[in-house]
Design a protein around this ligand. Structure first.
Ligand SMILES: [Zn+2]
Length: 694
């Protein structure tokens, strides 16, 4: 019999899969407007031809505990946070149309997923502050899908296994950070315009599941120049005062340039692209005022990898460089689109939202190609254990069998049998039938938003390239006559429940098909439901809300304790220097200072920093870099000191930029320690020697 911990460990391996890591690993191999339709209100009504909106943006830190929390994405147990390379941010936009009084919130957050519990809490807090102004219906929360943030913020078991349960501090950092970003966007609302540009970005993405893609009909594939969507669509927000508010762009690519061997919190390629754009505009991350916000949002990236050279190879010498390469490509394309975005959005703001019990949808023949069909209880397939085609899974790569994975996964049902409903999928785990609650959600939000002539199709899934195209076409067919010219998939939105492959791709049961929880007709069910939403939006009619998703916020347990206390050797204080900087450095070299510190779980220093690189200017020290800057790294590690073994080393690294001004510098570390005597958390600061950069 295996111990509970081993069982958890084994299941967590599976989770990699569930949560979609797509790279191989060394130890645990996983995948890882506007004419109005006759009689309808449509996009026009009183808003036809209107080009003025109220717009506002806001940004807030959502970086959770930077040490000893399992990371969300690859779900490799050994991958626990141990520092910060980039801080995670929530980027929010409020867009209102004066012509009809409607408004929506769009958020892109540096997260693996936005789980249902997060949306529920954010909307609850918005309602407490603003009354009925914001609701499930008009708030769209999407994730960039970085795989390098702390986990444990779902209310469903499947997604909390690698973190040994719920992590309340991380959940709170995420919920409160998203809420604060929306409050700011709300407070910054002012009249303005939204302009659009779109264009291809080549050599930044590749289809990682080509053999499944090729099962789609040849005549359908022939309509597209590429096997992934290369189009980046960008909205530019400018106030009538001339102030630049920011931008949102959508480009489909996995945010997995950082692999599962590292332990730094990172926004990955999209986080870096946002950082580059915001840096170029002087964004103030620590301020409450209006500041430029650049959101690089996710789309139908289900089968799309940034590792364009295959496997884990993104073209860099290491993950950091691969992340930088992918991020810079996205940034540069966005910068050129931003400069050329002159086509104004026209029409009003509108939205429709419905909760659908995704495991119980009768799909009409018109969406299945002839026969009625039904969706299935959530389950993932054994083939998911093989991993995606750019990384073998725990089952030993393509063609994994039950027997091959049984060694690592004996505690759970693994069969080669399926159900009639799941068709080609040999079921590894049926989350939908777990007691007392399913292990993944089945009542899921589907949301359609129009910003003038642009429609956003918000799905709580990762859609493959072709699945995204088909869903866009369904919506376009309904809304084109009402003036919609752009239909965009907003992926990983409002909740999360795996992938959606096309029926043809599903038959192959590669990673994406095996991760399509609700069976072969999931996409058809989505097309049917979004067709109804689009029709209602065009006709100006309402849709029934659907069943209410369960609230599991009071059912969370935590298997791992928080910080008990921090300790340090007798001869030094918290913030004392363990190993100091050298006296002089050349530009291009790296400075490294180690401090005796406290555990970052004591306080995540939201909107703050664990480090400052400072340059002397006359009598003063001026900050030149923080813990979110690309050239710095904050690393935490446990250090054994007598008698308590509760000491921490904090390593601060600064890669001196080639253009750094020569002069005197120092490294400052700020942190918090918890007393074993009174349990209080106190701040401390440590400072390196002054060193010279020549
Ligand atoms: Zn994914």
């Amino acid at each position: 019999m295996s111990s509970p911990v081993i069982r958890l460990g084994a299941l967590a391996l599976v989770l990699v899969l569930a949560a979609c890591g797509q790279r191989g690993s060394r130890e645990v191999r996983t995948e890882g407007g506007l004419p109005v339709g006759q009689g309808g209100q449509g996009l026009g009504g009183t808003c036809a031809g209107q080009q003025s909106f109220l717009i506002g943006s806001g940004i807030h830190d959502i970086t959770g505990p930077a040490a000893e929390v399992g990371m969300m994405g690859y779900v490799e147990l050994a991958q626990q946070t141990a520092g910060i390379h980039q801080r995670l941010r929530s980027r929010a936009f409020v867009i209102a149309s004066p012509c009809n009084g409607k408004r929506v919130v769009f958020v892109s957050a540096d997260l693996g997923m936005v789980f249902q519990g997060v949306k529920q809490q954010v909307v609850r807090r918005l309602k407490a502050t603003f009354g009925p102004l914001y609701s499930d219906e008009n708030v769209l929360l999407s994730a960039t899908h970085t795989h390098s943030g702390p986990g444990g913020y779902s209310h469903y078991a499947l997604y909390n296994l690698s973190t040994f349960g719920f992590e309340p501090k991380n959940f709170e950092a995420i919920v409160q950070g998203i809420y604060q970003s929306i409050v700011r966007a709300h407070e910054h609302l002012a009249p303005g315009r939204i302009t659009l540009a779109a264009g291809d970005l080549l050599e930044a993405s590749r289809n990682r599941s080509l053999e499944a893609y090729r099962l789609n009909p040849p005549e359908e594939r022939a309509r597209y120049a590429y096997d992934t969507d290369k189009r980046m669509t960008l909205l530019r927000f400018t106030k009538d005062s001339g102030a630049e508010v920011g931008l949102i762009n959508w480009f489909a690519v996995h945010t997995t340039s950082m692999g599962q061997a590292h332990q730094y919190i990172s926004g990955d390629n999209k986080g870096y692209a946002s950082y580059l754009f915001e840096k170029s505009r002087g964004t103030r991350y620590d301020a409450t005022g209006d500041t430029f916000v650049a959101a690089f949002a996710q789309s139908n990236e289900g089968d799309v990898t940034p590792n364009i050279f295959g496997g884990e190879d993104g073209g860099g010498r290491d993950d950091f460089e691969s992340t930088a390469i992918s991020g810079r490509k996205q940034y540069e394309r966005a910068a050129s689109l931003y400069a050329s975005a002159t086509t104004p959005l026209s029409g009003g703001v509108d939205y429709r939202h419905v909760f659908v019990k995704m495991d119980d949808v009768e799909v009409q023949p018109v969406f299945t190609g002839g026969t009625p069909a039904h969706t299935c209880p959530a389950a993932f397939g054994i083939s998911m254990l093989s991993g995606a085609e750019d990384g073998p899974g725990v089952g030993g790569g393509e063609g994994a069998t039950c027997a091959a994975i049984h060694d690592v996964w004996s505690a759970f049902t693994c069969t080669t049998t399926t159900t009639r409903c799941q068709a080609e999928k040999p079921i590894a785990l049926e989350m939908g039938s777990m007691q007392p609650f399913p292990w993944s959600p089945e009542v899921l939000p589907l949301q359609l938003v129009t910003l003038g002539n642009v429609a956003l199709v918000a799905v709580p899934f990762e859609l493959t390239t072709m699945a995204g195209r088909r869903l866009r076409e369904t919506v376009r067919a309904r809304l084109e006559s009402a003036g919609v010219t752009e239909v965009i998939i907003a992926g990983l939105a409002n909740a999360y429940s795996g992938y959606v492959a096309t029926r043809e791709e599903y038959a192959r049961q590669d990673y994406e098909g095996a991760s399509t929880h609700f069976g072969p007709w999931t996409l058809a069910a989505l097309q049917q439901e979004f067709d109804a939403l689009a029709r209602a939006l065009r006709e100006g009619s309402s849709v029934p809300p659907g069943p209410t998703p369960r609230d599991l916020s009071h059912q969370q347990s935590r298997l791992r304790p928080g910080v008990l206390f921090d300790d340090k050797p007798l001869w030094t204080g918290f913030g004392g220097v363990f190993s100091d900087a050298r006296e002089t450095y050349a530009r291009g070299e790296a400075v490294r200072v180690t401090f005796w510190g406290g555990h970052p779980k004591n306080d995540p220093r939201l909107q703050g920093t664990f480090l400052r690189v400072q340059r002397r200017e006359g009598l003063f020290w001026k900050d030149v870099a923080y813990d979110w800057d690309w050239e710095t790294k904050y690393t935490w590690r446990r250090s054994y000191c007598l008698p308590t073994l509760a000491c921490s080393h904090v390593v601060i690294e600064w890669a001196i930029p080639p253009d750094a001004a020569p002069g005197s510098y120092r490294i400052v570390h700020e942190g918090d320690w918890k007393s074993g005597w009174d349990g209080r958390v106190r701040s401390y600061q440590g400072t390196s020697r002054t060193f010279t950069v020549k």
